[in-house]
Each structure stands twice: as structure tokens, then as C-alpha cells.
Design a protein around this ligand. Structure first.
Ligand code: NAP
Length: 255
């Protein structure tokens, strides 16, 4: 018989911040967290196209949804948006740094602008948001920070020196921060997705896509929901004894 006091929603009553929640992997995380009963604040420059549907889902599942426009590479913008989310939520339990961009090109043709744009959106953003939420979580002596890297940050990829450098940076940053805050009850982990079907990978030429797919042992590309499920594990208490870890979600591509 079911236990009447048992709540199967993994994030019931929890407040979670997600960057880059307007589409792709981040949007799938927002939806998954809402299904688990969370109150979700997402930061991106634009609102999700289906924000209203997501807000209805939030109400149905006993959670809440809010969006704050934010450029995660900008210090003033991040400080203001995180401060608002903390005030409105009354306390953040988890934060996922998911926002990211690519500006691919061979290194000898890469402009400093493209280098800086990718480092700013993918790495400086992780520093800015983590700094703002970690200060807050340390005081509460609890929290989970999840930073989205990429298998490219572990293996490298021709044409993506800026992207790979930013994503490798996320790993080093996260392990260092995990050591700094573990004693205060805050966990920091990394997700390293492989090839996931989103707008980011849409632009890859068909031939290159097929070549990539042939290197995936599980025989298929990943969905945003595949990554969101792994994020749920790291955000929730299911991973209470896990910190400083890098979890690949790549169908075995980079094993
Ligand atoms: P996507 O569909 O292009 O979505 C990117 C998200 O980041 C959007 O919500 C976008 O929102 C937000 N964003 C970008 N720049 C921002 C900025 N300066 N400030 C605030 N928000 C910003 O990409 P995705 O495929 O879902 O990727 C999500 C994360 O997973 C990224 O970190 C990416 O590097 C990583 N990843 C993806 C793959 C893959 O195969 N797709 C593989 C490994 C890792 P706005 O445009 O509204 O601001």
C-alpha cells in the first residue's frame, strides 16, 4: 500500500535557478524540474516561447515559474537577476549554469571577439552566477550547483578551441569551487553532454552529423530530456553524497 505521507515529486518545495532556460536543454530542465514540483526561476535574454504553458504546468504540479531577462556574461545583469530570484524565492536550493553559445572556426581565423564572446557566455557566466548563488547557499549551509560543460571540454574538437577552452574551464572551476564550499554543505557538479539535438547542433552539416552519430555506442543522438534527467539527479537529494563529479551524458561517445 502507498505511504500517504510520501511525496513522489523529487523537488517538491525546492527553488531552482536555471540559466539559458528559454530553449533547448535548459528549457527541458525547466519542464522536468516543474514536473517534480519545483519552483523555477530561469534567466535568459528571451522568455521561452511556451512560457505560459510552462507556467500552467507549474501551477498543476504545485510549483511556480518566473523568468528574468539576463545576459549571463554581464556582471551587473547577473547580480540583479540572481538577487531578485533569491528575494522572490526566499532561498535558492539549487542553480544550474546551462546558458552557452558556440562561435566555431579554426584558430588562425578566429577573431578575438569570437573568443571573448564564447568565454564570456560559457565560462565567465558560470563564475558570476556561481559566485552570487554560492554566497547565499553558504549562509544557508545547503545547496547544489550544477554547471554544464561538454564532452568537447574533455576531449577537444577541431574548430572549437574557444568552446573547448570554455568548457574545460567549467570543469576546473567547478572542482575548485566544490572544494571551497563542501564544508558548508554546498555541492558542485558538472554535466558534460555529448551530441544533443537542439538549435546548437542543428547547423552541423549532414555529413558531419552522420560521422558523429557513428561514434556513439548507444547508436543515437541525445535529447534535451536525456540531459534534464541527469540534471535532476544532480540537483536533487538523490546525489546527496556526490560533489566535484563530472557526469557525461553522451551515449558513451567519450568513454
Ligand atoms: P541552445 O538551444 O542554443 O540554447 C542556449 C540557451 O542559452 C538559450 O536559452 C539562450 O537563451 C541561452 N543564452 C545564450 N547566451 C546567453 C546569454 N549571454 N545570457 C543569457 N542566456 C544566454 O543550446 P543548447 O544546445 O540547449 O545548450 C545548452 C548548454 O548545453 C550550453 O551550455 C551548451 O554549450 C551545452 N551543450 C550542448 C550540447 C549540444 O549538443 N546541444 C552538447 C554539449 C554541451 P537566449 O538566447 O534567450 O538568451
Amino acid at each position: 500500500m502507498a505511504n500517504p505521507g510520501y511525496d513522489s515529486r523529487l523537488l517538491a518545495g525546492r527553488s531552482v535557478l536555471v540559466t539559458g532556460g528559454s530553449r533547448g536543454i535548459g528549457r527541458a530542465m525547466v519542464e522536468r524540474f516543474l514536473r517534480e514540483g519545483a519552483r523555477v526561476w530561469y534567466l535568459s535574454r528571451n522568455r521561452a516561447e511556451d512560457h505560459h504553458e510552462l507556467a500552467l504546468l507549474a501551477a498543476e504540479r504545485g510549483g511556480a515559474l518566473a523568468h528574468h531577462a539576463c545576459d549571463v556574461s554581464n556582471e551587473v545583469s547577473v547580480e540583479a537577476a540572481v538577487e531578485k530570484a533569491i528575494a522572490e524565492s526566499g532561498g535558492l536550493d539549487a542553480a544550474v549554469n546551462n546558458a552557452g553559445i558556440t562561435r566555431d572556426g579554426l584558430v588562425f581565423r578566429m577573431s578575438l571577439e569570437d573568443w571573448n564572446a564564447v568565454l564570456g557566455a560559457n565560462l565567465t557566466s558560470v563564475f558570476l552566477v556561481s559566485r552570487a548563488v554560492a554566497r547565499h547557499m553558504i549562509k544557508r549551509r545547503a545547496g547544489s550547483i550544477v554547471n554544464v560543460s561538454s564532452v568537447v571540454g574533455l576531449t577537444g574538437n577541431g574548430g572549437q578551441t574557444n568552446y573547448a577552452a570554455s568548457k574545460a574551464g567549467v570543469v576546473g572551476f567547478s572542482k575548485s569551487l566544490a572544494r571551497e564550499v563542501a564544508g558548508r554543505g554546498v555541492r558542485v557538479n558538472v554535466l558534460a553532454p555529448g551530441y544533443i539535438d537542439t538549435a546548437m547542433t542543428e547547423a552541423i552539416p549532414e555529413q558531419a552529423k552522420e560521422a558523429l552519430k557513428s561514434r556513439i555506442p548507444l547508436g543515437r543522438t541525445g535529447s534535451p530530456e536525456d540531459v534534464a534527467a541527469a540534471a535532476l539527479f544532480l540537483v536533487s537529494d538523490l546525489s546527496a553524497y556526490v560533489t566535484g563529479e563530472v557526469l557525461k551524458v553522451d551515449g558513451g561517445m567519450a568513454m
